[in-house]
Design a binder for this molecule. Structure first.
Ligand code: 9MR
Length: 392
């Protein structure tokens, strides 16, 4: 018995030792790989200089493009300097919360038949006052829905809910909206359906036709607005992103073949250097495929998450800037792309600080301006991408 115990414990010890050696080899090789990845991403000699004293919107306009960003009523009302930076740099604006059913401190839809337009009206006035083209984001999404919605929606009332929402909201701002993100994030290949559609309350209560229906209702309520389908996870060279590109393309083809009034694809452009590999050719081909359907493209929510990058700010900012310039020069080569928006303008006010903080707790630096609204290399990178873009 004792002998068996000794043998077993010796075997366990050796096994544990072996496992430890194997796992530390894996850890060390992962660290080395990460180090090599970062080295591959960074080029200390890279030049991000810009010529001429022009704002981002002026550089974009020179190529027939718009540049814009997102923010909220609360933030803008409390921060005149930030508002001024937005007005200086942007020709387009999209509210981060106010046109959603509910988000942050704002609830457009307090009840089944209730609407509260206080914050959304403020945003529409802000955009008009500063001559910013306004994007509407978003009418149909599986997130940012009030609790009453989830408790109430069913097969009997879903169409009425969708119709009432779109008719009331879209008509109110008709003539003031450049483009609506009619449907947001409706594709999720991981949900396992052949058509790639995400399983959401809208799909479950209205069936696959809900997307077409939402576009038709929106077109009826505002015939002048451009109508977009908007999604994320389309940018990188991974099987998951590839599956999403394929499913999104199929959705767009289905909609076009039914004569659904859709005018464009919104590519969110939330990037993560150091996590995923970028393949310029694959992205370029996807853009060409979308454009070949007669659709316009907007990069709707670009930012560069830095959780996979080292803490060193000089290095981090250089990789972030390179990510902006490489991505945007690929994207802007496609002349169906009509606008670029970043999801915020200053690092001080990015959703990433809250939703994807760095494990070392250092402040995130995903946007063109720093915490003090000073231009970063990322600002130069965007400026350079506009300066080098073909005219459309
Ligand atoms: O940045 C937005 C954050 O403040 C909101 O709490 C959240 C939920 O409404 O939405 C964030 O914006 C998302 C956008 O609406 C859709 N694409 C992903 C964005 C980041 O999560």
């Amino acid at each position: 018995m004792n002998q068996i115990f000794k043998l077993t414990s010796r075997r366990n010890f050796l096994f544990a030792l072996g496992a430890l050696a194997a796992s530390s080899t894996v850890v060390i090789s992962r660290i080395l790989e990460r180090h090599q990845d970062i080295e591959a991403l960074d080029n200390p000699q890279r030049n991000f200089t810009v010529t001429q004293e022009l704002s981002l919107k002026q550089r974009a306009a020179a190529k027939g493009l718009f540049y814009g960003t997102t923010s909220t009523k609360s933030l803008l009302a409390a921060n005149p300097a930030y508002m001024a930076a937005i007005v200086e740099n942007c020709s387009m604006f999209v509210p981060e919360w106010e046109f959603k059913w509910t988000a942050g401190d704002t609830t457009l839809r307090p009840g089944f038949d209730k609407f509260d337009f206080t914050a959304a009206d403020w945003i529409a006035d802000f955009a008009a006052t500063h001559k910013l083209l306004l994007r509407g984001h978003t009418l149909v999404w599986h997130e940012s829905l009030p609790k009453w919605f989830k408790d109430t929606v069913n097969r009997e009332n879903a169409q009425q809910l969708l119709q009432n929402h779109i008719q009331t909201v879209v008509k109110r701002y008709a003539g003031k909206i450049h483009s609506w993100d009619v449907v947001n994030e409706a594709i999720e290949p991981d949900d396992g359906r052949d058509d790639g559609l995400r399983i959401t309350p809208w799909l479950e209560s209205l069936g696959t036709n809900y997307i077409d229906l939402a576009f038709r209702l929106t077109a009826e309520a505002d015939p002048k607005a451009l109508l977009f389908y908007n999604d994320y996870g389309l940018d990188y060279d991974t099987p998951k992103h590839e599956a999403k590109r394929t499913a999104v393309l199929k959705l767009l083809e289905r909609l076009k073949s039914k004569d659904t009034p859709i005018h464009g694809l919104g590519i969110q452009g939330h990037l993560s250097p150091g996590k995923y590999k970028f393949n310029s050719q694959k992205l370029r081909q996807f853009l060409a495929d979308v454009a070949s359907l007669g659709l316009k493209i907007i990069i709707t929510e670009m930012d560069v998450a830095d959780n996979y990058l080292p803490q060193d700010i000089t290095l981090r900012d250089r990789i972030i800037a390179a990510t902006y310039e490489d991505y945007l020069s690929t994207v802007l080569d496609e002349t169906a792309v009509i606008a670029v928006l970043t999801w915020g303008l200053s690092d001080r006010y990015s959703w990433l600080g809250e939703f994807k903080p760095r494990s070392d707790k250092a402040a995130v630096r995903p946007l063109p301006l720093d915490q003090k609204l000073r231009r970063k290399l990322a600002w130069n990178a965007i400026a350079r991408a506009f300066d080098n873009a073909p005219i459309r």
